[in-house]
Design a protein around this ligand. Structure first.
Ligand code: GDP
Length: 177
């Protein structure tokens, strides 16, 4: 902190997509600021947050974009996807429909983004185990078929959030460097 002379070797833009209320904003809040809020959406209008980390002795600035509610109006624009080298496709594992919509989001992503983009499927809210509506195997199978990384997370309990972001950023680094 406070090192204004810090040299940034790479800036990686990663976009979060998926239905409304699956937890995109809270995953970002957890990763970037280690915060979580139950009544979300104080952050509407915020385009992205950054977090600087070290990968392989290089300084990588992750610039993570949140749809900030645009998905409600199906108005995620091509500007949102422009320059993205990674994408997190987020569903709520307690809402089957949010998983069923992943194919549509993936199609939209592939239509807009660079063909080498690294994509990770995220089943969020794994703290709500009793309410699970998407078996791990279903998501795993979809991820395998579509060549995506896959992880189950909880923004509430911090489960796998750091790991998920580190995994995608490391993979991007591996491809780009
Ligand atoms: P977004 O519309 O996809 O950005 O979703 P939000 O991040 O606004 O989250 C929607 C709601 O789900 C909010 O009430 C969050 O507090 C809640 N939420 C987000 N992540 C989790 C999680 O991992 N576990 C639980 N139990 N609730 C979560």
């Amino acid at each position: 902190y406070g090192d204004y002379n810090q040299k940034i070797d790479y800036v990686f833009k990663v976009v979060l997509i998926g239905d409304s209320a699956v937890g995109k904003t809270q995953l970002l809040a957890r990763f970037a600021r280690n915060e979580f809020s139950m009544d979300s959406k104080a952050t509407i209008g915020v385009e992205f947050q950054t977090k600087t980390l070290i990968i392989d002795n290089k300084t990588v600035k992750a610039q993570i974009w949140d749809t900030a509610g645009q998905e409600r109006y199906r108005a995620v624009t091509s500007a949102y996807y422009r320059g993205a080298v990674g994408a997190m496709l987020v569903f709520d594992m307690t809402k089957r429909q949010s998983f069923d919509h992943m194919a549509r989001w993936l199609e939209e992503l592939r239509g807009h983004a660079d063909k080498n983009i690294v994509i990770m499927l995220i089943g969020n809210k794994c703290d709500l185990a009793a309410l699970r509506a998407v078996p791990t195997e279903d998501a795993q199978e979809f991820a395998q078929r579509e060549n995506l990384f896959f992880m189950e997370t909880s923004a509430l309990e911090s489960t796998n959030v750091e790991t998920a972001f580190l995994t995608i950023l490391t993979e991007i680094y591996r491809i780009i460097s």
